[in-house]
Design a protein around this ligand. Structure first.
Ligand SMILES: Nc1ncnc2c1ncn2[C@@H]1O[C@H](COP(=O)(O)OP(=O)(O)O)[C@@H](O)[C@H]1O
Ligand SMILES: [Mg+2]
Length: 269
């Protein structure tokens, strides 16, 4: 599978438009408050309402981000709502990013695999939830799948490269620590596209927002590190030469087979 860029921030440019979108959403939430008896019903209702807005070009209103796997909307209370892309919208987004549509099936399979893993993990090991932005899943799979997550701050693309070198390497160090914590829970992030797939929570912790490019077996994780996936991942290639070589050095010295043996699944209940 070739690298794909994880997502693009889309901001409604016209403030009047965005105010009216907020009003429409609020009306929908108010209605849901009056008809949903359980939280599951509320989340379901929210998913179908948001999906109903996804028609043609205008569907971008109200989105704060999107990738091949999910469309992301802001919720009140510093949370976001992530709705699965349909097969067709995933294909369109991937083509927009310059990808080959033949790979979309595999990308959607990885979405399900990651979401299923994290859903089970946070229910059995609730203390791991913060690593993934405290997700709450609607329990559906495929196109019907959706989840809530903490609102995170992303430092994407040019803004990341514009940070002082020490801050960039500090972020990468924290990302590597996230990977090692994941190892202790029997999984790993293999994307290395930390600019678009991780964000900062309100306490400045690096959090994995995107569960769609995970390794969920030790054998696959080992392969990712043996292949040195960091050598050609998109997130590494876009760094300056200086930061790139520091980063690769950090990945090589931190993500070793010995560390994997030491940490793998040790915190799983
Ligand atoms: N929790 C979040 N808070 C704020 N923005 C988010 C959050 N999760 C995702 N985003 C934005 O949406 C984009 C796509 O989300 P992501 O989870 O990476 O979906 P995909 O799996 O489709 O790539 C991210 O790159 C980011 O810009
Ligand atoms: Mg992504």
């Amino acid at each position: 599978m070739t690298e794909f860029e994880g997502g693009t921030m889309i901001h409604p440019s016209d403030s009047e438009e965005s105010a009216s979108a907020t009003r429409t959403h609020q009306d929908a939430w108010d209605r849901l408050d009056s008809i949903a008896d359980t939280e599951e019903q509320w989340i379901d209702g929210q998913a179908s309402y948001l999906r109903s807005l996804m028609v043609g070009e205008d569907d971008r209103l109200g989105r704060i981000g999107s990738g091949v796997q999910y469309v992301v909307y802001a919720l009140p209370g510093d949370r976001v709502f992530k709705v699965s892309q349909t097969r067709m919208s995933a294909r369109n987004e991937y083509k927009r990013q310059g990808g080959d549509e033949i790979e979309v099936g595999e990308i959607l399979r990885l979405r399900e695999e990651g979401a299923d893993y994290v859903r089970k993990l946070v229910s059995e090991n609730p203390e791991s939830s913060g690593l993934f932005g405290n997700p709450v899943f609607n329990g559906e799979s495929g196109t019907a799948g959706a989840f809530e997550q903490d609102m995170l701050t992303f430092i994407e693309g040019d803004s990341f490269n514009a940070l002082p070198v020490s801050e960039q390497t500090d972020y990468i160090h924290k990302y590597i620590e996230v990977i090692k914590s994941m190892w202790s829970y029997g999984c790993s992030d293999r994307s290395m596209n930390f600019q678009v797939n991780t964000g900062l929570d309100s306490e400045g912790n690096v959090v994995l927002a995107d569960f769609g490019e995970m390794d969920v077996t030790k054998a696959n994780t080992l392969k990712t590190i043996q292949d040195g996936r960091w050598n050609n991942a998109w997130g590494i290639r876009v760094l300056s030469e200086e930061v790139q070589s520091i980063a690769i050095g950090m990945f090589e010295s931190e993500l070793t087979e010995a560390k994997l043996d030491e940490l793998w699944a040790k915190n799983l209940k």
